[in-house]
Design a protein around this ligand. Sequence first.
Ligand code: ACM
Length: 266
Amino acid sequence: MKVGFLQFQPIFGQVENNLEKILKMIEKASDFDLLVLPELANSGYVFSKKEELEKTSEVLPTGLFTGKLAEIAQSRNVAIVCGICEKSGDNFFNSSILLGPTGFVGKYQKIHLFDREKLFFKPGNGPLKSFEVKGVKIGMLICFDWIFPEATRILALEGIDILAHSANLVLPYSQTAMLARSIENRIFTITSNRIGTEKNKGVELTFTGQSQITSPKMEILASAGTDTEEIKIVEIDIELARNKWLNERNHVLMDRRSEFYSKLIE
Ligand code: ACM
């Protein structure tokens, strides 16, 4: 199976240009089965007022990004995950969509909002679940969700092989932390981060790039630069994520002692 990330710089507020850039990059890419795109790939990130979300968001699953990416997934018989500024009723969600050969497969709404996201988005309703495309089980998380290992663990318990992690990272920690998420759950992770600096009404953020793919053996299979737009695709053996044995006697899920973990759900 061939999996990859697309790292680029969305331009704030320019939904159609962002889509065009993504489509051009995908057109030039070599073959893949799953491609993961960054968080909020349609809208950009540094919002200052609700009107900006109003202009750049889309209703799922009928919006522009969803429709076009679904078309590609269908015509190329592949899966695509993409971060989307979603409008639902009167609310906005920082969401991720999964498209496959049958079109729209499902969505995930970010449950752990980061910093000023809390001013504009409603905390999501998940779900933390596994979606199946062509026999592969994919879970979605978005950016800051990485710092809550419980979220990845639940997805691992739901049986995911691959964690599709769409991101707009500004802190320097996640790429290293994803190696831990990989080994502790024996899964592949694909972090697709954005690059560039965004400035809006006195708020300025620089995104850290360095998208990466990690393996159930805690290897970095591919990584990107800090400021380059690029697609990287690697071949993986999905069976590795289905073997949860670290050695003859240790299984990362069956060896858990949940009777000692009750504080986790208080
Ligand atoms: C983030 O969660 N976008 C930092």
